[in-house]
Design a protein around this ligand. Structure first.
Ligand code: WQD
Length: 340
């Protein structure tokens, strides 16, 4: 059974990916500093899969501790690297913390992999590297621009580091996520942002749960069908399954290049109002919201071309918007019941 190290594996996408890896028969070891996620994720993964992944609590910004952690797992076949701070607004307020955490953690991980001979690396990147795209759908060859936020820029810089660091002895796949939402069908795990959610879906579910008074829609004067901004929302389990395909590709040496990039989206864009409508209809409820000003740095319209992932990975997203919004609400309800 091949061992996969999942850094940041207690987080939203990392935990869902760990579930998909275990389902595929991989042994998962999670490295996480628990700065932005809880050890509770390990029990949730165990409840869903019947397997409790090993957790190594480690701050990847600390070079020595990172080496010690990797030495204990030098038999791993690959690393999937989720460990990073990811709040756009916070990164604008604290740029240095973001560059230090996201880039030092990445570099220490790569140096440790080189030291212990772990030759495969999957990177959690983001469509934010495209900035405001000239046209949609966005392909992997669309120009990468200076992202608005330091968070986005850490993803762009990381990809440049990875490209320079990839060679015949070290293979990398960078996965550019569009907008991951939803939760595992069990309702036993899902998105759990610290504090007030920045992202749309957790704000919607917390509003529906009565935790937030109402959702503020950031602008309805965009050049879209209803004036609200358009994104390519993708079910987190589709995203998780794409990571398993990417790991399989590297472990079985199917990759054609030492450094490959794939968009992970559905190829369909939905506006904020369309997401709200789907959420209300699928969950038979009415959501309180108000239109306010645009949020600085927001992109009007962005959605993915998914052809490269389909052609070279043989992967396409399977779950639709209705499934995403239903699963998101199912998790929120279960979580509030657990903690009532
Ligand atoms: C989606 C849409 C908002 C909240 C960012 C990062 C990306 C990824 C996901 C980090 C936009 C609107 C949102 C709200 C709203 N990684 N919105 N009211 O900005 O597309 O992407 O988060 O998590 O790398 O860039 O995602 O969910 O914040 O916003 O109207 O309270 O919902 O304006 O149009 P975004 P988002």
């Amino acid at each position: 059974m091949s061992k996969i190290i999942v850094t940041g594996g207690c987080g939203y996408i990392g935990a869902h990916t760990s579930i998909a890896l275990i389902a595929q028969g991989y042994q998962v070891v999670i490295f996480d500093d628990l700065s932005n996620a809880s050890e509770e994720s390990i029990s949730r993964i165990e409840k869903i899969t019947g397997t409790r992944p090993e957790l190594c609590v480690v701050d990847l910004k600390d070079k020595n501790k990172t080496n010690t952690a990797f030495e204990a797992h030098k038999d791993a076949s690959a690393v999937i690297h989720f460990a990073a701070y990811k709040a756009v607004k916070e990164s604008v307020e604290q740029p240095l913390q973001y560059y230090e955490n996201n880039l030092f953690s990445l570099i220490n991980t790569l140096v440790a992999q080189q030291k212990f001979g772990i030759k495969n690396f999957i990177f959690s990147s983001s469509a934010t590297v495209y900035g405001i795209p000239e046209s949609c759908p966005v392909t992997e060859n669309s120009p990468v621009k200076r992202p608005f936020s330091p968070y986005g820029n850490t993803k762009k810089i990381a990809e440049e580091i990875l490209e320079d660091n990839s060679n015949s002895g070290f293979s990398t796949i960078s996965l550019r996520y569009f907008n991951p939402i939803g939760a595992h069908k069990s309702g036993d795990i899902g998105e759990l942002p610290n504090g007030v959610p920045n992202n749309l879906m957790p704000f919607i579910t917390q509003t529906a749960a009565g935790i937030r008074k109402k959702l503020m829609i950031f602008g309805d004067d965009y050049p879209t069908k209803d004036g609200t901004a358009v994104r390519d929302y993708i079910h987190v389990m589709d995203l998780a399954e794409a990571h398993v395909v990417a790991v399989d590709r590297l472990i079985h040496k199917k990759q054609k290049e030492n450094f490959e990039i794939y968009n992970l989206g559905t190829g369909t864009g939905y506006s904020v109002l369309e997401v709200i409508k789907a959420f209300e209809t699928q969950n038979n409820l009415s959501l309180a919201y108000e239109i306010t000003e645009r949020r600085e740095g927001d992109v009007p319209i962005v959605f993915a071309s998914t052809e490269l992932a389909a052609k070279k990975l043989g992967w396409r997203a399977k779950r639709d918007l209705n499934s995403m919004v239903k699963s998101a609400w199912n998790w929120e309800k279960n979580y509030r019941k657990e903690n009532s």
